[in-house]
Design a binder for this molecule. Structure first.
Ligand code: HEC
Length: 112
């Protein structure tokens, strides 16, 4: 019976990770700059130089690996040679959650 609390304490963080909603996280954390449709045209974008990345642009995805995209989100723009305006917003995410975020960003690819 000692096992039960132990198992619960192990499975609780796993459940929390599974309930991570990358679309909601994007809406909350990224939309102001990257825009609701991922075009890099959020309300804050007009004032920024360089402009936020446009995730609908196939050339953006052709020019970098998923690992570089994950690194930019986790460690910020400077970690991949980009602007510090892109902050390390994903620093608190697990690798699995970062993978989910990248998959979500790719849903914008090729959209108008
Ligand atoms: C304050 C505005 C701002 C917010 C908020 C923001 N970004 Fe960015 N992001 C930028 C800017 C500006 C760039 C372009 C940097 C450059 O080209 O030097 C960028 C670039 C990127 C890149 C491309 C890095 C590369 O390899 O070129 C990715 C991926 C990215 N952002 C993801 C995200 C995600 C995911 C979120 C939400 C968690 C987010 N950004 C939130 C401004 C922002």
């Amino acid at each position: 019976m000692l096992l039960l609390p132990l198992l619960l304490s192990i499975s609780a963080p796993a459940r929390a990770a599974d309930s991570f909603d990358e679309a909601a996280w994007y809406a909350q954390t990224c939309v102001a700059c990257h825009g609701a449709a991922g075009k890099g045209d959020g309300p804050a974008a007009a004032a920024l130089t360089p402009k936020p990345a446009n995730f609908t642009d196939a050339a953006f995805w052709a020019a970098r690996t998923d690992d570089v995209v994950k690194k930019a989100i986790k460690e910020g723009g400077p970690a991949v040679g980009k602007s510090p305006i892109m902050a390390p917003l994903g620093a608190g995410l697990t690798d699995g959650q970062l993978t989910e975020v990248v998959a979500y960003l790719k849903t914008f690819k090729g959209k108008k």
